[in-house]
Design a binder for this molecule. Sequence first.
Ligand code: NDP
Ligand code: 8X3
Length: 308
Amino acid sequence: MLHYDLFIVVAKLRKKLDLINKMYKNVSQSKKNNSMMIILVSFSLYLQQRTKMILNMDKKIAFVTGATSGIGAACAIRFAKGGYDLVITGRDQNRLDAVKKAAEEAGAEVEALNFDVRDRSACQLAVNRLQGRWCYIDVLINNAGLALGLEKEYEGDFEDWDTMIDTNIKGLLTMTRLIVPTMVERNKGHVINIGSVAGDAAYANGNVYCATKAAVKAITDGLRIDLSDTAVRVTNVKPGLVETNFSVTRFHGDEDRASKVYKGIKPLTGEDIADVAFYAASAPEHVQIAEVLVLATHQASGSVIHRE
Ligand code: NDP
Ligand code: 8X3
């Protein structure tokens, strides 16, 4: 990469000098000197910028989907504090801007991409928009996801089912398909999928959401098998109760109902999960944290929760 970048710089310099010679063939010497000075100053600024970019190439890049809230936002800040630059994605421009600002304050350079992971061509366009070093993602955190509804399977809402399946399964697959090939090319990288305790066993009324997270487990295990002849690592982080916007979304904006989910128990925070993801990404290269189930101390499984 370094050689390639230097090659581009030299080629651009030669092209610029050729152009200058052509443009100023018939101009007086003093005008030529002034113009030459301006061009040299501009070019030295360009070189400074380019050198900064080349030096920055050692900084790793984490790509976090659904970074506008909860676990995704916490991962963005944790990885920024841990020395990564970031690509963050989400659908809400204001919240995306706020997380970008916070991550920049924590020391990261940040590319913010606004798109819906259910829209495959928007995903493709967003990834294609990344240029230079931003094409080389070191850690992909497939976090964008949601639960909608908590009803008996035979009373569930078709639209809620489609949204969960399209986001939690198909969106995660799309991002994996778009980003992992460059990891394979470089024989380097890490995919961290945010699964759930809900994927280990279904709980009452969890049906389709639990199924999407069981699918995340199978997809993560499948990817790990398919990448076992490479140095790319694959991790499934499976949280239990984490207090984020998750339950407000699940209950379609009913905040009272959402707050009851965390009553009588100290739930996990987005930061707790971000710490686990960062730990997995920071393990020595020969260590692959395949799966981590992270529960609040008084939660024993998807359906066993001790409340005060
Ligand atoms: P939040 O609701 O706080 O965050 C969800 C994030 O996903 C938001 O940034 C949201 O963006 C984004 N998102 C949802 N749908 C889409 C979409 N179609 N395209 C792009 N982004 C989207 O919840 P959490 O932080 O808790 O959830 C993050 C992940 O963690 C999910 O996969 C969830 O299933 C999983 N999880 C959560 C647990 C919990 O108890 N909270 C436990 C176990 C797993 P927007 O605001 O635009 O909707
Ligand atoms: C989110 C955790 O238990 O609410 O995946 O399904 S739970």
